[in-house]
Structures are given as C-alpha cells and as structure tokens.
Design a protein around this ligand. Structure first.
Ligand code: BG6
Length: 475
C-alpha cells in the first residue's frame, strides 16, 4: 500500500476505541498497513500525546494482541487534530493528508451529513492527481426512506457515489462472505437452490444483550432499523441473489438490489401478515434477574420501541416463487445464537415412514461458533431398515487459519478501494422501501411483550406457513 492517510472523525468516541483502533492495530501487527498514517479528529482540544494515551488505554482494554513493543511502533502512525465539524476548523487537517486519504465518519448519525458537507467545503472531497479521496460512513444511513434520500443528496453535493463507502459490518463477517463462496463455488448446491427444492429460509440473529448504554440511540431506532433494515436484509439478499456473471463490486451489488426489488411489497393492510414486533419485559437469564426494557435507564416511560422484530418476505421471481424467507432479531433472548437456515422440501417418496427422519437443512451458523451443518438422513445401524437424522458438520475455520474481524476486513477493503463489501445507495434505498409500510404501521400501537431470556414473543408464529416452525435458539 502506498502512503495513505486515514482521518477518523469522532476519534474520541466509543467506536474508535472499541472497534476501529483495535482493528487498525492488528492490521499494523500483521504488516498490512505499513505506510498508513492515522489522524484522529474530534472536538476535544487534546495534544497528540493525550490522544496517544487515550488510544493506548483503549488498545490495552480491547486489542487481543497488545504488547508494549508493538504499541511503540504503532503510536508513530498516530496524530491528532482537535476541532469542530466546520470547514474552517477542518482546514487544519490539510497538511496532514497524503494524496490518497480516507475520511471515516465515526460520528453520531445526525452528524454524517454535516461532516460530509464540511469536508467538502474544506476542499477535501476532490481527488488530487495521482491520489484518491474516500468517505466511509457508518450505519444507519437515514432513519427512513425520506431521510436516507435527503442524506444522499447532501453527501452528493461534494462526494461522488464511488467515493462513498457505506459500512454494514455484517458484510465483513466471515460467514457472510462464505455464504456467497459456498453457494457459488460448489457444484452440488446451486441446482437445488430454488423453489423446486427449498421449502423455507430462516435468518435469525438472537442476542442476550439488552439495550446497554445505548438508550438514546436505541429507543429511537428499535430492532427493525437497528438490525433488520441493514444486517439481516444483507444476509437475505446474499442468500437469495442470482449467481453473478463476475465478482466485480458493481455486478454483485446489482444482483443484491435485484432481490430487494423483487420482494412482494408489504402494504399497510398486510403488515400484520408480514411483521411482528416485541419488547422485552423483566425476566431471567440463567440465575441473573433482568429488568424490562421500559425500566432501563434512559428509556422513555411507556416506550413502544421494539426490541424484537420478525419479518416474512417473499421474493417474486422464478427462483423463489412460493418460498417464505423469515428474518428475525431480538435483544435479551435466551442465547447468543445466529444462523441462516435453509430447509429443503420433502423427498417425493415413496419412502417407508421408519426411514424418513425429516427434511434436509443446510445451516450456516454465525454464533456461537462459525460452522456449516448439513442435516441429512442416514441408516440407523442394525437389522431394521430405519433412518435417523445425522449432521454433517464442517467447522468454518481450522486452528491454522488466520481470521479477520469484520472491521479489520472492511478497513482493509476500504483502503484498498474494494467496494464489494460496502452498500451502494440503491441497496439502502430498496431496503427502506420494503420496510416503510412496517415502520409507518409501528408508529402506533404497542409491541407484543416477551420475557427476557425467552425465545421472543409467541406471536412470531403467526408469520409462518402452517407446516413451518421457528427453529429454537435455545441450543
Ligand atoms: C449493531 C447493532 O449494528 O450490530 C447492535 O447496532 C447489535 O445492536 C450488533 O448488537 C450485532 O453485531 P455483532 O457483530 O456485535 O454481533
């Protein structure tokens, strides 16, 4: 990599400490960013030394491979400038930039537009000869369709679409990327990957965490905006997309958008058939007593924000006609469990009852461990001809593999200019379009309540076809 500068706006904040700096530190340890200069920018009037101490503490707490010797090498890459998000104050960054420079907005979402404009006014969006300028934006991109479009307009005043890298950290996860590799690099799967052979797809992201310290953000966002609109819609489009003609970023993203465009629109009248929301009440996780969402510090009294959301989506194309895709995510559930589970249709038979041990499932597990399971039927040893379910399991990584965290992967992609794992605006826009009727309907009424430590509201079952069941997360 040639000399590059990464400016982090919001360098005193939580994201920088917990995720960005540990990722940058590891990339440095692996020798993958030898000529990267990292400039922190935040409103605090800190000296460079103060910033270094701040980052050192963060790395001691959050970096797995922290050693004083490595820190001494890494710290030389760091610099700091204090100032507001205004062009005249950002101008102080001018001398710190390289011809190739990237600006990372690690800021609260309401400041994304302000920061993009101020950087543009300071003249930083124009790529100099022989170099480039890029802007990395965290999620959420807007809070609904209208605000996402307004934010795009604001950013496009100075930045070209190709310069903007919208982060969805799920696209940096190993299992997410494996979904594409496994689907398209194996001969046996693709001929079966359609309505002829697949009965249903379930995408689950269950967390035991509650709202934690994020009440101000979360109470306005809710599970649909926080997890479904971005992360789960991405997993859904990767599971459902057509095989791309090339693995070029634009082609991949065209194919993902096509899935979103093919979703049968949910209307104000069909919201209840397609969406269920829940909110956690007090409950127990193991022996630990947990308070309800409405009693959490910082949550508005009587808040109706959903902490659980489930969707039923149907894709209206030849491949998927008649196959429901069920997506759900919730906080304070029984376990940290996440998977993409694909159920195959029954064998056509005839097959003796004793031999049939259930439909096949292909499962991409994300948590607690990354692994792939194929549920099949095999003969039960013995004189009787009987079948039993067997799981063919492949661990995703072996001890010799070097895995990258989502942020390590995405920072490396962004610095290298690979846009495949970032969201193009039309992906964001279509995800909002699909969900707008749900968001509007949920402005009124109350969510269905579920006990903390449970599997979510019982009402989630109403989304399923009569012969389908949600897979249990308590495993
Ligand atoms: C974030 C959400 O984007 O993703 C959080 O805002 C959620 O609410 C998190 O907990 C889950 O991702 P991960 O990678 O931490 O499991």
């Amino acid at each position: 990599m040639t000399a590059t500068t990464l400016v982090i706006l919001g360098a005193s904040g939580d994201l920088t400490q917990r995720l960005l700096m540990p990722a940058l530190f590891r990339l440095h340890l692996l020798g993958l960013t030898p000529e990267l200069r990292i400039v922190g920018y935040a409103k605090e009037a800190w000296t460079r030394e103060h910033f270094e101490r701040h980052i050192q503490k963060a790395l001691q707490a959050f970096a797995v491979d922290y050693t004083p010797a490595q820190w001494n090498r890494f710290r030389r890459q760091l610099d700091y400038v204090g100032g507001e998000l205004q062009a005249d104050e950002l101008a102080a960054l001018k001398d710190k930039l390289s011809p190739s420079s990237m600006f990372y907005l690690a800021l609260p979402p309401p400041l994304f537009g302000v920061a993009a404009t101020a950087l543009g006014e300071a003249g930083f969006s124009k790529s100099p000869r022989g170099g480039w300028r890029r802007l990395v934006v965290e999620k959420p991109f807007g809070t609904d369709l209208e605000s996402a479009r307004a934010l795009r307009e604001q950013m496009h005043a100075y930045w070209e679409e190709e310069q903007i890298l919208r982060i969805d950290h799920f696209l940096g996860k190993e299992t997410t990327q494996n979904l594409m590799v496994f689907r398209f690099a194996n001969r046996f799967l693709e001929p079966l990957w359609n309505t002829q052979h697949i009965a249903q797809v379930q995408i689950t992201y269950a967390e035991t965490l509650g709202v934690e310290q994020r009440a101000a953000y979360y109470d306005k966002a809710g599970a649909l905006r926080d997890m479904l609109q971005n992360h789960l819609m991405q997993l859904f489009s990767l599971a459902a997309m057509e095989p791309p003609s090339s693995w070029d970023a634009e082609v991949l993203r065209d194919h993902k958008v096509e899935v979103l465009r093919s979703v049968i629109p949910i209307t104000s009248r069909t919201v209840d058939e397609h969406a269920v929301r829940g909110q956690y009440r007090a409950g127990k996780l193991g022996r630990k007593k947990l308070i309800g969402y409405r009693s959490e510090p910082g949550i508005k009294r009587g808040s109706n924000t959903e902490t659980f959301a489930a969707l039923r989506l149907e894709v209206d194309n030849w491949r998927w006609h008649g196959v429901p895709f069920y997506l759900r995510s919730g906080k304070r559930l029984a376990t940290n469990y996440s998977e993409i589970a694909v159920q195959f249709r029954e064998v056509p038979g005839p097959i003796p009852h004793a031999v049939h041990a259930g439909n096949n499932w292909m499962i991409f597990r994300i948590r607690p461990v990354e692994r792939m399971d194929l549920l099949v039927t095999a003969k039960q040893p013995g004189v009787k001809l009987a079948g039993r379910p067997v799981t063919l399991t492949a661990p995703y990584a072996t001890p010799d593999d070097r895995e990258f965290s989502a942020y390590e992967q995405l920072l490396l992609d962004a610095l290298g200019g690979d846009r495949s794992n970032f969201l193009r605006f039309d992906e964001v826009e279509w995800a909002w379009r699909v969900l707008t009727p749900v968001l509007e309907a949920w402005e009124k009424g109350t969510p269905d309540f579920y006990a903390s430590g449970s599997e979510g509201p019982a009402t989630q079952a109403r989304l399923l076809d009569p012969d389908h069941q949600w897979r249990s997360i308590a495993r």
